[in-house]
Write a protein that binds this ligand. Structure first.
Ligand code: C5P
Length: 289
């Protein structure tokens, strides 16, 4: 197989907690994560040129070795010890960039999964996750996606039962947030609110959507920054439009609401898109390995 088209799903944080700092400079995280069918399309052509190239429809993204999709392909070829292998990668981006939706991480994971399949390399999911760890903290989650608990740097994973049927409406305000700033604010704060991760975990295990939507919470939502006002405004509007619960995803600024069905979600997406350009409706999803 020398050509493949793969889907790279966006991720949402149903909950996000920062529980401490680590000796390696990263933070201890505790997150319930969900992949959804808002996706980038990743096309790969295998070549024998030894070169890895990427083209994308987002012109501001790098197309050289700084692109995480290129780094993923390089890491994969290095593991196989294949110096002559190359790849032409085309990324059709739909997931907003720098949005807290894991777009880059998911592209990297899709490249690892696709190359594993194309080359019949039979690396285990755990081995792919290990490769992903070197590329970014969210890449390991994106290998298997679905619903997972992520701890440690975000790369200690436990696969959970799929979420009950529901629809997410995702809304991205038109600015980006500095990740180091957010972590700095959380480090400086004492006695802040934590999400009820245990309660949400139990609700997921029992398949109770209401128990999940009541507990959506991200510790970055409340720290100072431009995202805070925008998140509050979007969340309040989503609740007015019938959302069962809302939260910011990752380091923001994207906010999502959970709706019972596509009809409600589509109506909410339409209403929100009058004010915010980047609005999407998406269902829970999991990639094929
Ligand atoms: O691993 P990744 O490149 O996604 O991380 C981006 C930045 O987020 C890191 O440089 C670090 O500032 C912060 N981070 C952290 N602790 C984590 C994950 C990310 O401090 N567990």
């Amino acid at each position: 197989m020398s050509r493949i088209t793969a889907k790279a799903y966006a991720k949402l944080n149903l909950s996000l907690d920062v529980t401490g700092t680590r000796p390696d400079g990263y933070h201890e995280m505790c997150m319930l994560m969900q992949s959804v069918d808002l996706c980038d399309e990743v096309k790969i052509n295998l070549t024998r040129t030894g070169e890895i190239r990427v083209r994308t429809n987002f012109r501001f993204l790098p197309s050289d070795g700084r692109n995480i999709a290129v780094k993923a392909a390089r890491a994969f070829f290095d593991v196989l010890g294949e110096k002559d292998l190359g790849a032409d990668i085309t990324l059709k981006k739909r997931i907003p960039v720098c949005a807290g939706l894991g777009g880059g991480s998911s592209d990297a994971a899709a490249v690892l999964r696709a190359l594993n399949r194309m080359l019949g390399a039979k690396l285990s999911p755990e081995r792919l996750e290990e490769l992903g760890r070197g590329l970014g903290s969210d890449v390991p989650f994106c290998i298997r996606g679905g619903t997972q608990l992520a701890e440690g740097r975000g790369d200690e994973l436990r696969i959970l039962p799929a979420l009950p049927d529901c629809v997410f409406v995702i809304c991205k305000p038109p600015f980006s947030v500095s990740t180091p700033e957010l972590f700095r604010h959380v480090d400086e704060r004492r006695g802040h609110t934590h999400p009820d991760t245990e309660g949400m975990l139990e609700a997921i295990e029992r398949g109770e959507l209401r128990g999940v939507t009541q507990r959506l919470y991200n510790v970055f939502e409340d720290v100072p920054g431009r995202h805070r006002g925008a998140a509050a405004e979007i969340k309040s509007r989503m609740l007015d439009l019938g959302a069962m619960g809302t939260a910011m995803s990752g380091t923001g600024p994207s906010v999502f609401g959970v709706f019972e069905n596509m009809e409600q979600a589509e109506a909410a997406r339409k209403a929100l898109s009058q004010r915010w350009r980047d609005c999407f409706a998406a269902r829970p999803a999991a990639p094929e390995l």
